[in-house]
Write a protein that binds this ligand. Sequence first.
Ligand code: NAP
Length: 494
Amino acid sequence: MNAVPQDLETQLFIDGDVRKATGGRTYDLFNPARPDEKVGQAAKATEEDVDAAVNAAHRAFPAWAALSFEERAAHLRRVAEVLVADADNVTARARLFCREHGKILRETELELSRLGERFLLCAGYADRLAVDERVSGDRFDTIITRQPRGVAALIVPWNWPLAILGSKLPQALMAGNTVVVKPSNSASLAPSLTLKLIAETLPPGVVNVVTGSAGEIGDALVGHKYVRFVNFTGSVGIGQHVMRVASGNTTPVTLELGGNDAALIMQDAKIDEDAFRRMYLGAFMSSGQVCMALKRMYVHRSRYDEVVEGFTAECQKQVIGDGLLPETTMGPVNNSKQLKVVTDLIAQSREAGFETIECGHVPDQELYSQGYFQRPTLVYNPDQDAPVVSEEQFGPVLPIMPFDDDETAIAMANDSQFGLCSSVWTEDPQRAVALSRRLEAGYTYLNAHGPMAQDGKGPFGGFKDSGIGRNLGYEGIIQFQGYHAISGPAGWLF
Ligand code: NAP
C-alpha cells in the first residue's frame, strides 16, 4: 500500500510545482479522537506565496479559457480517473482524512468518491454549455454568450472539505477559469494530497493550492487584483468579511454559509425504521457537522411521541469512538472550539429545564474523555427561542418540537436568520411540493434530509444569512462565467 508516512508534510502547489512555503513555516494537524496525536504538518503559506499562486493562475488562464468545453471536459474526465486510479492510494488518503478530521472512514471514502463523481457530472454539461442564445430583433441580432471570469479563489471549510471542493472546483474549471484553492487549516492534509493529484493532471498553473492561516493570507487572496471571482464556503461572519474585502476590487462572490435546517414531519408521514435511519443520517452524519444537516425537527403533535420514541431508539444504536474502527458510527467533533459550541448548547438546554438525553454506546470511555467527543444528544420540546433551536449547533445535538397545524409549522421553520435547506416528510407528493414552496430555503428534501438526499444536479445554496449564489448543477458552473452580448445589424449575423 502507498501508505501515508508518519512524518507527513504537505506542501503548496503552485504553477505545476510542489513548493515549501516561503520561509519554510508549517503548522501541525492533530487527531480529534486523540488530541495529543500529531497526524502531520502542512505548509504555512505567506502573502508572497499567495501572490505567486494567483499570478500562476493568471498566466495559465488564457490557454485554459481558449479550450473548447469538450476539451476541458476531457481533462475533467481524466482527473476523475486519476482520483480513483490507485485503490491503495485512495484508501491511504481516506484513512489519513479520517485521522485528521475525526469523521468515520465510510464517510471519508464517500467524500473522496463524491469528488470524482462531481468532475464527471460537470464534464457531462459540455454540450449544453457550448450553446449560445441567439435573439433576433427588428434592428439587431444578438448572440448572448458567456465567458469565464479569470482566476477564481476557492475557499473551503473543514467539515466536508472534499465534497465541498467537488461543488466548486470542477465547476470553475469546466467554465474555463483557473483557480487558487485554500483548504481549511483544520483539515489540510488529505485535501492537499488530493488537490496535488488533480493539479498534476492538468496544465501547470490551472490549479494552485495554498494552505496556511487564513488570518495571514485570507485577505491577500480575496483582495488580489487578479482574482476575478471568490467562491467561499464557511461561517457567516467570515463570509461577510470576505464579501467586504472582495468589494475592494468589485469582485463578485458566492457565499455558502451556515444553516439551521428545519424538518417538518407531517401527520401523514410514513414513519418506519428506514425513515428513522434517514432522519439520523440527516441530523448526525459527520457528527452533525454538515451545513445542510437537519438541525431542528418539528413533528405534528399526533405523531410526536411515536417519532421521539423511534428516533431516540435509532440514536441509542449508535457507537461513538475512533472513526477508523469499523464498528464506529459516529466519530468526534473536529475541534475543541466546535465541541464547546455544542456542549454549551446542551448545558444551556439542561439549565433551562428541557428534557435532554445523550444517546449511543461508548465502547472506550478513556478515549471518549480524551477526544473531542459528544454523543448524539436530543433535546425534547425546547422553546422556539432557546439557543439550541435558534442557533446553528453544527454538531451532535438536535431539538425536537411538536406543532399543531401547517401554518404553525411553516412559521416555525421560517423563523430563522438562515435559509439553507429544509425537508418535508409526508406521503402526499402534491402536499409535499405545496408546503416546500412556502419554505424560505434554497433546497427542500422530501422524506429525507442532508448530503445523502441530493445528487448534485440541482443548484445548492441559501437565502438570508445562508448566503449568496449557488453551487452545483448547471447553475453552479455558469456562476463562474459572465454574460457577454455580441450584437450586429438585424439579418447580418444570422
Ligand atoms: P470558517 O471559519 O468561516 O472558515 C471557512 C474557510 O474560510 C476556511 O478555509 C478558513 O481558513 C477560511 N477563512 C477564514 N478567515 C478567512 C479570511 N479572512 N479570508 C479568507 N478565508 C478565510 O468556517 P468553518 O468553521 O471552517 O466551517 C463551519 C461553517 O461553515 C458552519 O457555519 C457551516 O454551516 C458552514 N458551512 C456551510 C456550507 C454551505 O454549503 N452552506 C458548507 C459547509 C460548511 P482557516 O481554516 O485557515 O481559518
